[in-house]
Design a protein around this ligand. Sequence first.
Ligand code: HPA
Length: 246
Amino acid sequence: MSPLAIIGGTGVDDLEGLEIVNEHGIKTPFGEPSRPIQEGRLGEHSLLFLQRHGSPSAIPPHRINYRANLWALNSMGACGVVAINAVGGITESMQPGRLVIPHQIVDYTWGREHTFDEGQDGRLMHVDFTEPYNQGLRMELLAAADAANIPHQASGVYGATQGPRLETSAEVQRMARDGCDVVGMTGMPEAALACELELPYASVCMVVNPAAGLGTLPLTLTMMQDTLVREAAVVRQLLRQLLRSR
Ligand code: HPA
């Protein structure tokens, strides 16, 4: 069976229990991925793992080579991608400590290489992106969360911002009016590129802070860090359950 790929985000630099059997430095027509792709085994299952910020984490969200990352995973035969994303919570139910399996996206990013379509084929690539996440993979994640008794939000709208700065409170209010439930910086163009490659893609978001203007404190990375460490452990538990049920 072809391996599932995991794209780790902030706070998920490795997968505990993942036995690395190989590392693949891959060159793609779009350059090199954030780091060599790790091929490993978690229990009986083979898996591909890529930390999108590089390792040790250093590449900021607007500098990540999303095209190379997705291309490389696809060329290694990934059957799908589960992306891990740290986010701020906008809707009241999206409290720090929550896991969210989003179902929709609003894209506010700009200036990123967001398509494989360079006009090279002489045909236009208007992919259907009505449902940005793969339903089957989302359902598997939801079932795994239920099976492992992991509290989660079964849906949510992911607002992707450019970063690397955090948002102003007015931007967060606007995003709330737009229907966004959570805000993060790495969900796009990753999801759209996976769609262009017809690679099933779903996301697990870890809410690590109330979005700007919604909490009492100024937002600091250290404040997010503690929640992140706790949530990353739950995400690993979720992934183990997901693989077990495959
Ligand atoms: N905004 C954008 N990205 C984030 C946030 C946030 O509040 N928290 C974690 N990633």
